[in-house]
Design a protein around this ligand. Structure first.
Ligand code: NAD
Length: 458
């Protein structure tokens, strides 16, 4: 395997130096080929997403495939504009007769590693940015979604030669091999734990990294929140992909005056969306592995279950579950849940909530429900997170004009839309100077007079 990887890297490096790799029209054709290859395999992909994660067709289209089509179209439409050199102003007093421009250069060869929870979208969306910016790419989908990985391989291999995009299937061993190679950029989506492994490997070659990680995203329900709408949006966002979404609201801090009402609405909405028995709903997903069902079940021990609590390890099913009166010390508050559990923590004073959030690693997302504009700003001003929504959850991901990414423990760098093009490009600063005149001030030997002049100009 190592030899194959090294051979692919060699051909890709050669391609990077060719005139073909520099032609923007070739990037546009590559994206068009990608789109038609996905279209050809779309049905297979929907079946694979059902087999691996029991994702409904609606969820698979809206959260995996549709997002990718829109991203491809956006890049095709804008690459030429984004890639054109941008003239910036030049202080003429220092740079007499000069023009300054920023050129967007591809990094070169990028490695893209994806997780299993949105196994299609999280591999292909970064690839779109990589191609659009003119890079070659090697892709490594997650080993936990083998059916999707097989379709991904077909999509990629029918759209591209290995010199532009190659894909390798495998697990940790393969990842370790890939991370030992020299890359110009590594784009990794996954857990903060593996993110650190990636960053350490990248440090060996001072390779830049984009890390799209996870964490515990808080959701605050204040006493003036529109509770009905909040409950609908929260239940939808939390139970997408059975809670296995990086920006799912992880835990809920609810004002004591509305807690009882809010919990009852959460339970109602769950039944409205998925019926009395979510296990029978075609729209309710499954947990990735039996081990993860067991891991989630441990959160129920010594917890006050307000709603749900059933699970079936063999079927990888976990019922939507609301835990009441959760304390900060419970295991469910110690790591990212990544499952359909709603821990409810009661609060009285918003400062207490903000204090708790700020004591913990910066989350990937933060959600606040409340109608008072000053309070909304207060929460935004006094906290930090990758992204945030007011009176909404998850949907900030669906606007390509908003850079998507984490901060601190939840990630480094961001992408989507134009930000993806930027993420996969190096900004090369260039000054064009005339030889018409050569001002001697900067050349030695220096004198008091020259120093006075320098101080005057700078
Ligand atoms: P993971 O970190 O376990 O795995 C991600 C990738 O890393 C996989 O391809 C896997 O093969 C590889 N990997 C696993 N262990 C490795 C090791 N020891 N050495 C080298 N490579 C290794 O993550 P996951 O369980 O697949 O996904 C869940 C995590 O991803 C959650 O934390 C979630 O929040 C996060 N996530 C983040 C985003 C985002 O956009 N920020 C999106 C989805 C998921």
């Amino acid at each position: 395997m190592e030899k194959t990887i090294i051979d692919v890297l060699k051909t890709q490096r050669k391609f990077q130096l060719s005139a073909d790799s520099k032609n923007i029209n070739n990037r546009i054709s590559a994206l068009k080929r990608l789109k038609s290859s996905i279209k050809i395999h779309e049905e297979e992909l929907l079946v694979a997403l059902w087999k691996d994660l029991r994702k409904s067709r609606f969820e698979s289209y809206t959260t995996e495939i549709g997002i990718v089509y829109s991203e491809i179209d956006l890049h095709i439409k804008n690459i030429k504009k984004w890639a054109s050199p941008k003239k910036v102003s030049t202080p003429q007093i220092i740079h007499f007769y000069s023009v300054s421009k920023i050129y967007k250069k591809p990094y070169g060869q990028v490695l893209i590693i994806a997780p299993w929870n949105y196994p299609f979208q999280l591999l292909i969306n970064p690839l779109i940015g990589a191609i659009s910016a003119g890079n070659c790419a090697v892709l490594k989908p997650s080993e936990y979604t083998p059916n999707v990985a097989t379709v991904l391989q077909k999509i990629i291999e029918s759209a591209f030669n290995k010199e532009l995009v190659a894909i390798f299937l495998g697990g940790i061993e393969l990842n370790t091999l890939l991370l030992q190679q020299k890359w110009d950029l590594i784009f990794f989506t996954g857990s903060p734990k593996v993110g650190k492994i990636v960053m350490k490997a990248a440090a060996e070659n001072t390779t830049p990294v984009i890390l799209e990680l996870g964490g515990k995203s808080p959701c605050i329900i204040d006493k003036d929140a529109n509770l009905k709408t909040a409950a609908s949006r929260v239940v939808w966002g939390k139970l997408l992909n059975a809670g296995q979404t990086c920006i799912a609201p992880d835990y809920f801090m609810v004002h004591k005056d509305v807690k009882q009402k809010f919990m009852s609405l959460l339970a109602d909405k769950t039944e409205t969306f998925y019926g009395l028995n979510a296990k029978e709903s075609e729209d309710y997903g499954r947990i990735s592995t039996k081990e993860n069902v067991e891991r989630l079940s441990k959160y129920l021990i010594e917890s006050e279950i307000y709603y749900g609590g059933e699970y079936d390890i063999e079927q990888k099913y976990f019922q939507p579950t609301i835990l009441n009166n959760v304390s900060y010390n419970q295991p469910v508050m110690k790591s990212e849940i990544f499952g359909p559990i709603f821990p409810i923590i009661e609060f009285d004073d918003i400062n207490e909530v903000i204090g708790y959030i700020n004591k913990n690693p910066r989350p990937l997302a933060l959600y606040y429900f409340g109608e008072n504009k000053k309070k909304q700003q207060f929460v935004l001003t006094n906290t930090n997170s990758g992204g945030a929504c007011i009176n909404e959850v998850v949907m900030h991901i669906a606007n390509h004009n908003l850079p998507f990414g984490g901060v601190g423990n939840s990630g480094i760098g961001s992408y989507h839309g134009k930000t993806s093009f930027e993420a996969f490009s190096h900004s090369r600063s260039v000054i064009f100077k005339s030889t018409f005149i050569d001002i001697k001030l900067r050349y030695p030997s220096y004198s008091k007079f020259k120093e006075r002049l320098a101080r005057l100009f700078m």
